[in-house]
Design a protein around this ligand. Structure first.
Ligand code: SF4
Ligand code: SF4
Length: 300
């Protein structure tokens, strides 16, 4: 397939075809939109396969699922959760401990569609530079919302949490919530690359803590084939996680991406014309380093 060079990941599209260069992206979008649709079917059409929202839901009247961060806020604010909520949180915790906490960001969170769109538009408009702040800021915000819950005795954060606001707004009407969602989009577009998800969102920060030892990982298994096109760095929402696994062979670094901030989105797999990256089970490499601090990437 002849692909204009100014199209992002032109090499990958040329080598693997459009589907090969977008497979994980398309599968993610289908998953995110399907989950959103399940929540909307009841309120919109009266088909109550799933009742509730991302914070707490009951599927087919039997399977409870509950968000562990909401549960944590509830606990610190002094509320004892009900039995179904405890079962729901346990199921969700076990799932993300296995597949990687930030898989939530790439495969479930509806805000990811908004921030990915801002990132794609930023790339298309060739907007460079902008503000910067430590990526650890999100962990401080996470601590703050827990303190907020403890001191107010309520889960106040969920009133303004854009991750909850977006699906809730689609059901009940967004009101001023659209301004928050649009603000995040514009912030990511003009002010800071991957500003919300990569630096500020406490939900992503919380889920990253669940992913430190997860079994599903991405590995730069064929890193010796890398031709330094840097498309993976450009596509990756957390590009600091790639550098050592891809470029650290001479330092004895494992090719496996062990940073808990990798969202298992699979975009690096999609856009690599050399098929350097692949999903692997964590035990595929016995030489795992500890999941330590992320390494800063080159300015791609
Ligand atoms: S970082 Fe936050 S808003 Fe972004 S995808 Fe993850 S949970 Fe959603
Ligand atoms: S390393 Fe790959 S799978 Fe992980 S966040 Fe980056 S692009 Fe996604």
């Amino acid at each position: 397939m002849k692909v204009p060079a100014n199209i992002f990941a032109a090499d990958a599209i040329h080598t693997k075809g459009w589907w090969g260069a977008h497979r994980w992206l398309v599968l993610r979008r289908i998953t995110q939109l399907s989950i959103l649709a399940l929540f909307l079917l009841g309120p919109w059409f009266g088909w109550w396969l799933v009742k509730g929202n991302l914070n707490y839901s009951l599927t087919l009247g039997t399977l409870p699922l509950a968000d562990p961060l909401v549960m944590l806020q509830s606990l610190v604010s002094g509320h004892i959760p009900e039995r179904n909520a405890i079962i729901g949180v346990t199921i969700v915790l076990l799932f993300y401990l296995l597949v990687g906490g930030r898989s939530y960001c790439a495969w479930v969170c509806p805000m990811n569609i908004v921030t990915d769109a801002a990132s794609a538009l930023r790339r298309k408009l060739d907007i460079r530079g902008g503000g910067d702040m430590p990526r650890q800021t999100r962990y401080w915000i996470l601590a703050l919302i827990l303190i907020w819950a403890a001191t107010t005795g309520g889960i106040v954060w969920e009133l303004v949490n854009p991750v909850s606001l977006l699906p809730r707004g689609l059901i009940f009407g967004m009101g001023a919530g659209w301004m928050l969602i649009a603000g995040i989009f514009l912030f990511d577009l003009f002010v800071m690359k991957r500003g919300w998800c990569g630096h500020l969102c406490p939900v992503g920060a919380f889920y990253s803590l669940l992913g430190r030892w997860s079994l599903v990982r991405v590995s730069a298994t064929k890193r010796e084939d890398c031709n330094n096109c840097l498309d993976c760095f450009v596509a990756c929402p957390e590009q600091q996680v790639i550098r050592m696994p891809l470029k650290g062979a001479s330092k004895g670094a494992s090719p496996m991406i062990v940073s808990s901030n990798c969202t298992n989105c699979g975009r690096c797999i999609d856009v690599c014309a050399k098929d350097v990256f692949t999903f692997v089970p964590r035990l595929a490499h016995s030489d795992l380093p500890s999941p330590s601090a992320d390494i800063q990437p080159p300015h791609a």
